[in-house]
Design a protein around this ligand. Structure first.
Ligand code: F6P
Length: 320
């Protein structure tokens, strides 16, 4: 192979730039030309390519977001869009593509592979919701950002003896909520995977905690459950305890990546180039039991992942 492309797709995640930088420089080290594809699959369909040079990725390792831009692209979900994408790759002499994103992006990579363009996927999402891997680029930074924000809300919540509902991202997955729940010592964690609460139980728990002498009641609510503002109104009415909702939102997706995100994004980026050089295609890179491994995309997309219930159970035991 002579030329490879790289794109970021779906929601951005801190550490994506570290992966892009690694792909560009590992590619150049292996005598490849590297083309950056802007705005994900949408940019591919418009032929938005930039030649990537070693100096061009200087000073990007520590930056949040993605220098290539990203987009969600409904057109690429159609057979026509996928065929056009493969044709544009061939016209631009792109022999292989590294796709950094989540499951939706890997489905796009899978289709390109079936059309003869070698593809390697790298898991990039703050949600940690990719079944084949224990790690996704951006999760570590996002949970640290959320954890620090929740510490701050807790300060004011204690001063005013309030209940605070803090909503964190994660789409349908509760990993950010669960990790913050443990890291912040939350009194309650509401996860889409284990939502065994009726609201009356929650209300009773809050009342009991204040009677026990707690100065605040922190509820981490996963986005997949949502409705934090209306929940706060109902809880305040039922308990008589002032209740506020804070939705952390997109701040969780930005900022400088942590050491873990930089290191794993870098190793995954280099591994993706190595795999393309070996002629591999339709693979996803993953971290399993601390090892850098890769899986067939079809197999990876069929895998299931569950929330670690022990983590949840102990959070209940410690919230006394
Ligand atoms: O997948 C990352 C994520 O931030 C989710 O946690 C969230 O549900 C979604 O993206 C938000 O997407 P958008 O930025 O398009 O509103």
């Amino acid at each position: 192979i002579k030329t490879i492309g790289v794109l970021t797709s779906g929601g951005d995640a801190p550490g994506m730039n570290a992966a892009i930088r690694a792909i560009v420089r590992q590619g150049i080290t292996k005598d490849l030309r590297v083309k950056g594809i802007q705005r994900g699959f949408a940019g591919l369909l418009q032929g938005e390519f930039v030649d990537m040079k070693a100096r061009g990725v200087s000073d990007t390792l520590q930056r949040g977001g993605t220098i290539l831009g990203t987009a969600r692209c409904p057109e690429f979900m159609t057979e026509e869009g996928q065929k056009l994408g493969a044709k544009i790759c061939r016209e631009n002499e792109i022999d292989g593509i590294v796709v950094i994103g989540g499951d939706g992006s890997f489905r796009g990579a899978q289709k390109l592979a079936a059309l003869g363009i070698n593809t390697i996927g790298i898991p990039g999402t703050i949600d940690l919701d990719i079944a084949c891997t224990d790690y996704t680029i951006g999760f570590d930074t996002a949970v640290n950002t959320a954890m620090e924000a929740i510490d701050k809300v807790r300060d004011t919540s204690s001063s005013h003896e309030r209940c605070s509902i803090i909503e964190v991202m994660g789409r349908g997955a509760g990993y950010i909520a669960l990790w913050c729940g443990l890291a912040n010592g939350a009194e309650d964690i509401l996860l889409p995977e284990i939502y065994d609460y009726d609201e009356q139980k929650l209300v009773d728990n809050i009342t009991r905690n204040f009677k026990r002498g707690k100065k605040h009641h922190i509820i981490i609510n996963a986005e997949g459950i949502g409705h934090s503002t209306s929940m706060a109104r109902r809880i305040e009415a039922a308990t008589g305890i002032e209740t506020r909702a804070t939705i952390l939102g997109h701040m969780q997706r930005g900022g400088s990546p942590t050491c873990k995100d930089r290191v794993f994004a870098t190793t995954m980026g280099c591994k993706a180039v190595d795999l393309l050089c070996e002629g591999a295609s339709n693979r996803i890179i993953a971290i399993k039991n601390g090892e850098l491994v890769d899986y067939d995309i079809d197999e990876a997309l069929a895998m299931k992942k569950s929330i670690p219930e022990y983590f949840y159970q102990i959070s209940r035991n410690l919230a006394i």
